[in-house]
Write a new protein. Structure first.
Length: 279
């Protein structure tokens, strides 16, 4: 699922006097649940028997990465507009402070350091952190069945070869999904690496929807195979790479934002691990 019907938007009132410390970047992520039953043409955002979860109306890996610059102070506002479930939102690579709720700003003496914040139904939680750890860090709900969609192992889209699973032999459940375990991108061309009998083939157009977005350029090869369901990615980039990504149209090769290149060529220039900074 790429886009959803019934998506909501937040209404944020900023204070006359800016809260301190001032944030450099401010993101909003709205979680929703949708029921997309067999033969349905319109997603149902009010049903309790949900089977798809979204952030800002998209399921991973179609969610857009949150791109920030190394050293910036970042705020993420989580809003849970789901019908049924809480979402323990978890960020890799950083410790954040819980600084606000749907009731407003929390006094700084009551801020709580954490890597995980539970956002209940109809609740909002603001977190802030110093983006001091370069790289691409997944951000996701930590309820395991929320990290796959359709309540079925490795679905949304299928990312690994699955053999002898009786669940896949039941007609109509799960619905045949577009799978990417047998696909990879070479430049802007989708190339098959084998067959997955349980998945529809991803076309070049399908893959381009995921990999051609500017915000994804320079990420690790195959990153989209591990981002699914209620998932996104926070990208912390050194200034030169951030400026190249966000302010130019220059091509950026895969693995550019990996602090230590997986192919053994060492760290990218300007990419160095910073010491922890207290928010």
């Amino acid at each position: 699922m790429q886009e959803a019907v019934g998506m909501v938007v937040p209404f944020i009132i900023h204070p006359k006097v800016v809260h301190t410390p001032v944030v450099d970047r401010d993101f909003v992520l709205v979680a929703q649940q949708f029921s997309i039953l067999p033969n349905a043409t319109i997603p149902n955002s009010n049903a309790m028997d949900w089977n798809f979860l979204t952030l800002n109306g998209r399921s991973g890996p179609y969610t857009t990465p949150l791109v920030c610059k190394l050293g910036e102070r970042v705020r993420i506002r989580f809003i849970n507009f789901s019908t049924l479930h809480q979402h323990p939102m978890h960020l890799h690579g950083h410790t954040f402070w819980i600084t606000g709720t749907e009731g407003g700003r929390i006094p700084d003496s009551a801020w709580i350091p954490s890597n995980n914040v539970v956002v209940g139904v109809a609740q909002s939680r603001d977190v802030e952190f110093i983006a001091n750890n370069p790289g691409d860090w997944v951000l996701h709900c930590h309820m395991f069945h929320h990290m796959m969609n359709h309540m079925t192992s490795q679905v949304g889209p299928i990312i690994r070869q699955v053999k002898n699973d009786p669940g896949f032999q039941v007609p109509g459940y799960p619905q045949i999904m577009k799978g990417m375990s047998s696909m990879k991108m070479e430049g802007m061309k989708a190339v098959s690496e084998g067959d997955n009998e349980y998945a529809m083939k991803m076309t070049m157009k399908d893959m381009q929807k995921i990999t051609s977005r500017r915000e994804t350029q320079g990420m690790r090869d195959g990153w989209y195979k591990g981002v699914k369901g209620l998932f996104s990615v926070v990208r912390v980039l050194p200034p030169e790479l951030y400026d190249k990504l966000m302010n130019t149209d220059e091509p950026i090769p895969p693995n550019s934002s990996t602090p230590w290149n997986p192919h053994g060529r060492g760290a990218m220039p300007g990419m160095r691990m910073s010491q922890a900074v207290t928010p």
